[in-house]
Design a protein around this ligand. Structure first.
Ligand code: NDP
Length: 315
């Protein structure tokens, strides 16, 4: 049978390119989990995906109730769940004040980390039930959360500190909206959320890989400077960023190439190792990359997991 893979945020950028790449093999039914139903349908058509290879289902990661509704709808479809890709993200590099999810969490960490955390915690059971031979849970990471890289050292750097903001609920009330309890900075909130994504993947691996056989992985797909992620940036940045990445840092990858990379992490037979953060070199060969000290801190991963469990109501 075909594999079923849920991809969050498959209506644009990396998620859409990955959906296309998997759909066109004819071996996958891609469940495009998107907040804008019509946009997702149009996006699938625009890249030439054929109807029998995808299903669009509504999901807004900025609401835990919406995550529950998505899971109910998915379960009603009676499709087995073989792989899950947590890809959606928001980035507010210029925001001066925080915005919040329906449950009152600062939006970047709320969507990128807590929404996905809740969703994958609940869907793990569904994946366990599937008889698919190579099941994978992939959480998209980023170089920007990795302070052991050049890009990860561009200020503001990711830093989760002692997690006091996270334990305070990221509500911006009383405490603050940032994980480390510091002042709100949109660019940093995004990077912090990506560190949480990479820590969550490793904690999943430690807790569940042996027992379930599921492969847990993360990746840095390369700098896809053309996606909607940079939509909130000033126009001059959006004009100069793609050529800067292409000609100066040479980190640029097209959406198609990045989509092929993420599709490999979902389905390639050589990428079944669990607990790994994948990257690609300049000839597009995959390799197991090192994470920064904070993004591989097992003690912090455990704390982030426990605090996140409390915030989404699982503990
Ligand atoms: P895009 O902005 O193109 O895609 C993000 C997707 O997330 C969109 O489909 C968007 O939906 C969706 N989304 C945003 N908020 C929500 C929400 N509340 N509920 C459901 N879906 C939501 O960016 P990219 O493709 O670049 O980003 C994809 C992933 O790649 C992210 O995890 C990002 O951190 C990562 N990444 C990107 C890099 C880059 O250079 N671009 C580099 C490294 C990692 P909609 O279409 O409705 O806006």
């Amino acid at each position: 049978r075909k594999g079923n893979v849920i991809i969050t945020g498959a209506s644009s950028g990396l998620g859409l390119a990955t959906a296309k790449s998997l759909a066109e093999t004819g071996k996958w039914n891609v469940v495009m989990a998107c907040r804008d139903f019509l946009k997702a349908e149009r996006a699938a058509k625009s890249v030439g995906m054929s109807k029998e290879n995808y299903t669009v289902m509504h999901l807004d990661l900025a609401s835990l109730e919406s995550v529950r509704q998505f899971i109910d709808a998915f379960r009603r479809s009676e499709m087995p769940l073989d792989s899950l890709v947590c890809n959606a993200a928001v980035y507010y590099p210029n925001a001066k004040t925080p915005s919040f999810t329906a449950d009152g969490f600062e939006l970047s960490v709320g969507v990128n980390h807590l929404g996905h955390f809740y969703m994958s915690r609940l869907l793990l059971d569904d994946m366990v039930k599937s008889d698919y031979p190579s099941k994978r849970l992939v959480i998209v990471g980023s170089i920007t959360g990795n302070t052991n890289t050049l890009a990860g050292n561009v200020p503001p750097k990711a830093n989760l500190g002692d997690l006091r903001g996270l334990s305070g609920g990221l509500s911006g009330l009383g405490s603050t909206a940032m994980i480390d309890g510091g002042e709100y900075w949109g660019a940093k909130a995004y990077k912090d959320s990506k560190v949480c994504n990479m820590l969550t993947m490793q904690e999943f691996h430690r807790r569940y890989h042996e027992e379930t056989g599921i492969t847990f992985s993360s990746l840095y797909p390369g700098c896809i400077a053309t996606t909607g992620l940079f939509r909130e940036h000033i126009p001059l940045f959006r004009t100069l960023f793609p050529p800067f990445q292409k000609y100066i840092t040479k980190g640029f990858v097209s959406e198609e190439e990045a989509g092929r990379r993420l599709a490999q992490v979902v389905s390639d037979r050589s990428l079944t190792k669990s607990g790994v953060y994948w990257s690609w070199n300049s000839t597009s060969a995959s390799f197991q990359n090192e994470l920064s000290e904070e993004a591989s801190d097992a003690e912090k991963a455990k704390k982030v997991w426990e605090l996140s469990d409390k915030l989404v109501g699982l503990a």
